[in-house]
Design a protein. Sequence first.
Length: 239
Amino acid sequence: MSTPFFESHELTKDFGGLRAVNGLSFHVNEGEIFGLIGPNGSGKTTVFNLIGGYYPITSGSLRFQGTTLNSLPTWKICKLGIGRTFQVMKPLRRMTVLENVMTAAFNRTDVIAESRKKALEVLEFCGLAHRKDMTAKGLPIGYRKRLEIARALATEPKLLLLDETMAGLTPQEQAEGVTLIRKIRDSGITIIIVEHIMRVIMSLCDRILCINYGQRIAEGSPQEVANHPAVIEAYLGKE
Ligand SMILES: Nc1ncnc2c1ncn2[C@@H]1O[C@H](COP(=O)(O)OP(=O)(O)OP(=O)(O)O)[C@@H](O)[C@H]1O
């Protein structure tokens, strides 16, 4: 059997007495857009933080292209080719949009001219080139979300983790975000997306995993997951 592109095996994370992620196993195929959904507090961001190396894993394992990620530092995980955005955006507020993306591009180069070239390419790709000289703190939310994506792309990921990149956007901005995410996938980058806006998840994802209390409750095509009784119950409660 070939090695899965990305694999979580029995992933578990405890915060003191709270088990935030509980024996979670799933895999992601290369080229997929894989959705991770679940009610508030179900463990989605914690899964991203474990993949990115921000928290130590309590037990279980994570493997990316055959390499075990457990206990690797965040910068090594980034170098391996896993990039991410953050639910709470963290731009360098006083720097320009271009400088923000350049700092991320330094993940792959020490040369200023190269990081600038990469950052300009990424800004063009994300439709942000015309805002390159604005300070990050002056950007409207729609552009700030794009900047988050641009910074993650500048690290040259093979796997991109998108954490609620649509929250707070207008329907028009969401539609543009969907187009951008498809374009990213079409450029050869595999995506795991956490998102509460179901219209976005349903239209983008090839497969979806729904979790609650850190455990799998359903996995399958968008249609299968949306119609799954356990998913409906988790979101709407029992009648
Ligand atoms: N650093 C932490 N210390 C203690 N508990 C935490 C920590 N991070 C998350 N938790 C807890 O772990 C559980 C899962 O939280 P997490 O943020 O992963 O959920 P989520 O599915 O991303 O939620 P949301 O959709 O609201 O963003 C919650 O009960 C949360 O309070």
